[in-house]
Design a protein around this ligand. Sequence first.
Ligand code: FES
Length: 395
Amino acid sequence: MMEDIKKFREVEKQKKWREEVQEIPPYIDKFDRLNKRIHPESQELRLTDIKKLSPNTKLYRFVSNNPNNPLAVFRAGQYIGLNVNINGVRTVRPYSIVSSPNQAAYYELGIKRKEGGFVSHYLLDYAKLGDIFQATEPMGQFHYNSLFHGKDLVFIAGGCGITPFMSMIRYFTELDNDINIEVLYGCLNELDILFREELDDLSTRREKFDIKYVLSEAHSEWGGLCGFITKDIIEHNIKSFKEKFYYICGSKDMYEFILKELERLLIPRHHIIFEAFGVPDDVSKIMGWPQSLNSSNLFQITIEYIDEGQNKETIFEANSTEPLLNSIERQKDLPISIKSGCRSGICALCRTKLLSGEVFVPPDVTIREVDNQFGYIHPCVSYPISDLHLDLKMI
Ligand code: FES
């Protein structure tokens, strides 16, 4: 009897304990939602405004095409990859965001006509208001880092390379923080200077901001700095130049030139960051290029992929002096596409398995050791120098 009473009390205790436990509400993963807000797989943008900035550059304003999906947030200095479909050729180009991160309603991109370019010509000549584009999330490491960059910054821009700096300049101005910015902006001539009115206005209004233009093909009446941004120009125009943190954005050639000038001034390499989109204009002039090859060398590219559950193969010819990714994207019949963002070998989005063959990669491109070890290449910066066999089955 006593044993039964004891058991009964125990059961009652357990029951009470269970009833005391509060019901757990349905699990909502707020972090996942936030992550999707910051890193959406893709964004659908609508072109709402176009403005001429210079004879060969236009400003494009995009809003989200879906009111339920606001634009992904970004850091001043980052870029998005804009997808285009030009006569059946699907490709992506990275463009820095010009607008401030505080402006959540739109992204603005400054796009310059590139000589011999494919996408820039299309956008400048044919893009119209209302056009819809797919874009990547904001990407890139070219942004301010308060832990390492300090409060005295020098921005060195070449031509359209001013675009990520505009976002940073606007952002810092809006914050009204204590960061000092000095800009050296290299252009061909006065007509080429972008956002001049805004930059000049800011330099008169804001004590912590200064800009100097350096023109390489200046008109005889130009009273400012002339030539390239050399060691002497930096030394004589940047106050306490040794203690500053340097950002460089422009063409690859410009970056290499400025880096040498900064080295001559004994600026430590870890005080310099750069953004250089794209590939060399002429890869055959790059150190290490096999001298026996020229632009008429064609190589056979074999691609294995899966389509509708079946193993398939495509074979085509590619020019040795063109990035492999461009050649692949021109294969309109290929039903799959390789993702891309930076088109400079940095973001690793285009990572592809090379089964056999050899590619040339410019020596300044750093591919992760693990990719090298397991035979992965970045086709955006790889040039075929033999017949190639690629595996795109994992895409
Ligand atoms: S697209 Fe970024 S590494 Fe190729």
